[in-house]
Design a protein around this ligand. Structure first.
Ligand SMILES: Cc1cc2nc3c(=O)[nH]c(=O)nc-3n(C[C@H](O)[C@H](O)[C@H](O)COP(=O)(O)OP(=O)(O)OC[C@H]3O[C@@H](n4cnc5c(N)ncnc54)[C@H](O)[C@@H]3O)c2cc1C
Length: 453
């Protein structure tokens, strides 16, 4: 935290209405929403693109748009618009659950959407500290090739995933599971090429038929068990977490498989160690594919992404904390700003595979995400969005996926702009005002607004 008077000794790079720190799914939603409402908006992002895990993290898959187990679409607004535009541009395909796409295409698309909306982008720029005056956030200290300087802002949205801005402002937070603060494992995605996908599909089908008792045959656990038994790979992971294939790059597959445990993503040393280990794991996995998976014999490494994927770190506390019970009981909130419906997706914290706390919801499952969890305690003019909002460890397992992150971002950006127009603090802004503005942009906030895809 740095007082405004001290910060002003540094050069002022920009002065804006709304500063969005972090350009991932949440930051993208926030920036587009604020700029479309006429706020002078700037995104500060350490990498060279919007999209966060979806692009810089090499992920290529966004979910989840539907109520559990049905084709009813429970999400509108910017998240739906992004999926539609991916398909329209020929960068990927979608179904009721999600959208799969080429990462490079999404980077281009999001640059264009920011430009259309009038949101300014400052890439290659790292957030360093939060400027605070009388308990209110007044902007940020940033560092880039130009040097170190400040960006003054009337509202700031912390969309860093790790809650960097709020933590530097002195806001209280929690980390990881309640027993010891350990977080979910981190994963370096990687993309392989030279794949004969129809043969891979045929192998998966044959595997499922010969393993009728396996209720998740797509994980191909038998393949990895054999590779581990033969000493071909270390047991860092035991089943597929995701193979992301799209017809627009038919010989390439994005792989969600590496797993590094007990990492604190707010420490550069941990991130470095995790990345080096995960890159080894990626090449070990590729060697296994070449030996064991028909259709992948001639595959090769295409890329590992700019950054390792983080599933969990700081959760910035608001007066309201979204809990496991709220989610599982599908509690209705009067300040709902978007729906979530993902299962409680918690990877094993101490080893390979999934955690015992995983919870698979029943058909028809969906829940409200309240506006109040975006409003950190002990700081004014600051909103959070995405992975760092106020929730419990278990609740984060569900709300952390990208569609609700975009939705939370859209609500935060909307609230930031409207609070300026009305000259009230975001905490004083009535949720109904935010909801009305979201609905004007096709948000789905109640049962009777749900549509079929
Ligand atoms: C391996 C993996 C697989 C996943 N699978 C799926 C899936 O299949 N479907 C799905 O929907 N979701 C999936 N998720 C979850 C989802 O991707 C994330 O939870 C989501 O991206 C969080 O969005 P966010 O905007 O809060 O954070 P992020 O996507 O992490 O974005 C944060 C952004 O802030 C920037 N930033 C951070 N700190 C700074 C700083 N100090 N200065 C400047 N910039 C900064 C980062 O560079 C980044 O661009 C997965 C996550 C991981 C890690």
């Amino acid at each position: 935290m740095i007082p405004l008077a001290d910060a002003k000794t540094m050069p002022v790079f920009r002065e804006v209405d709304v500063l969005v720190v972090g350009g991932g799914p949440a930051g993208t939603g926030a920036a587009l929403a604020a700029a479309r409402l006429g706020a002078d908006t700037l995104v500060v992002e350490q990498f060279n693109c919007l999209g966060g895990v979806a692009t810089a993290g090499g992920h290529g898959h966004i979910s989840k748009y539907n109520e559990q187990g049905t084709s009813r679409r429970i999400v509108g607004g910017i998240a739906h618009e992004i999926a539609e535009r991916i398909v329209e541009a020929g960068f990927g395909h979608r179904n009721a659950h999600g959208v799969w796409f080429e990462v490079e295409g999404l980077k281009l698309l999001l640059d264009g959407m920011a430009e259309e909306a009038g949101a300014a982008l400052l890439y290659h720029t790292f957030f360093c500290d939060t400027i605070v005056e009388d308990g209110a956030v007044r902007g940020a200290v940033v560092q880039n090739k130009t040097g170190r300087g400040i960006i003054l802002a009337r509202r700031t949205v912390d969309a860093t995933g790790d809650g960097d801005v709020a933590a530097h402002a002195g806001c209280p937070f929690e980390v990881g599971r309640p027993s010891d603060g350990k977080c979910q494992p981190v994963t370096l995605m990687f993309t392989i090429g030279g794949v004969d996908w129809p043969r891979v599909e045929a192998f998966k089908k044959a595997y499922a038929q010969s393993n009728p008792d396996d209720n998740e045959p797509w994980k191909l656990r038998g393949v990895y068990a054999e590779a581990i038994a033969q000493g071909r790979m270390r047991p860092f992971q035991t089943g597929n977490m995701g193979w992301w294939w799209t017809p627009t790059r038919p010989d390439q597959v994005g792989i969600n498989f590496t797993h590094v445990i007990h990492i604190d993503s707010t420490r550069a040393e941990d991130l470095t160690r995790a990345t080096i280990e995960a890159r080894k794991q990626a090449y070990e996995t590729l060697a296994v594919y070449r030996q064991f998976i028909p259709g992948m014999e001639d595959s090769h490494m295409v890329s590992t992404p700019n950054t390792i994927g983080i599933r969990e770190s700081r959760r910035i506390l608001a007066d309201t904390v979204l809990t496991e019970d709220d989610i599982k009981s599908q509690r209705q909130f009067d300040d709902n700003i978007c729906y979530g419906s993902f299962f409680v997706d918690i990877h094993c914290i101490d080893g390979p595979g999934m955690d015992p706390t995983v919870w698979h919801p029943p058909k028809g499952f969906k829940y409200h995400i309240p506006y109040r969890i975006l409003l950190p305690r002990q700081a004014e003019n600051l909103l959070t969005a995405g992975r760092c909002v106020s929730c419990t460890h278990i609740a984060l397992g569900s709300i952390r996926v990208m569609v609700p992150c975009i939705g939370m971002g859209e609500a935060a950006g909307t609230a930031a702009a409207l609070s300026l127009q009305r000259n009230v603090a975001p905490k004083e802004l009535e949720a109904a005002v935010v909801q009305a503005a979201l609905r004007e942009r096709n948000a789905i906030l109640s049962d009777n607004e749900i549509r079929n895809l």
